[in-house]
Design a protein around this ligand. Sequence first.
Ligand code: XMP
Length: 321
Amino acid sequence: MDVTEISIRDLDAEKFIKVQADKIASVVGDGVAINALSGGVDSSVVTLLAHKALGGRLKTIFIENGLMREGEAEEIVGVFADLGVSVEVVDAKKQFFDALSGVTDPEEKREAITQTFYKDVFGKLVKESGAKHLLQGTILTDVDETVAGIKRQHNVFEQLGIDPNDAFGYNIIEPLVQLRKDGVRKVGQALGLPESIYNRMPFPGPALSARVIGEATSERVELVRKATVIVEEELSNTSAFQYLAILHEDKVTGMRDGARDFGLQIEVRCWDSVDARTATPTELSFKTLSKLAERITGEVPGVVSVTYNIGSKPPSTIEAV
Ligand code: XMP
């Protein structure tokens, strides 16, 4: 099915909310729907939109997959409690790390996450809840990149000829699929989400596993999580579109306390972009870069090298996996 884009110029957020909320209410009827909230802009907007349409008949779940940023579950549960939406946290760390064990190829990694999320974890939750519908925040950029074969986004099925009902046993509703990130932010603002959420930096569905090159073990994810805290603290005062840390697979020779230390490499990326379709590296000052290097080598165990990406998208992409 072709998706018609609603550009930011043509978007009337209030009207969009009304049309989509009515549509959700009519598709779900008097049944129950379920959705996964990761705390990203897209899933947060879907949560509030569907809550508006369904009230208590929407069950919202935060999947603790072991791949999220530090403190994410508590923070998001708190933000949504303030908005009157209760969120259940489900611990699925073991399932995700088992699925990622030994997987090094980027697309296989995404597939492992997709199957674990939709089939194993959500398949069970949907069955238990009696829901027939899963609401999710797929946006047009996800569809474009998947259809073009650039990156298999974890949340795109129909456009790849996959029927979620056959594959997973439930229907998927995607109210944001005609929008790009800027449109989603506008809808989030109109819905009354706090600015810290609707203007939040994008974060990929496969979470920190998209930022570990090679096998995403819990130890390696923990290292990139520590580096992510530093990068987010040091760059939060920039107006960049997105910034991130990547843990590389290759080691390099370093030295510590006068001895050889064959250690890890972290790459920092910081992007200027409007809609993630193209992006250029932010011109950070050398002082900022030096501070990042000093903190990452000092605070993340085993890291001896920190690099800054200066390539643009294309040919690069925003995430490294
Ligand atoms: P790329 O890396 O393709 O990313 O330039 C474009 C934007 O999408 C985010 N991203 C993802 N989001 N599932 C998502 O929900 C994914 O698999 C995924 N991969 C990348 C990325 O963070 C950037 O904002």
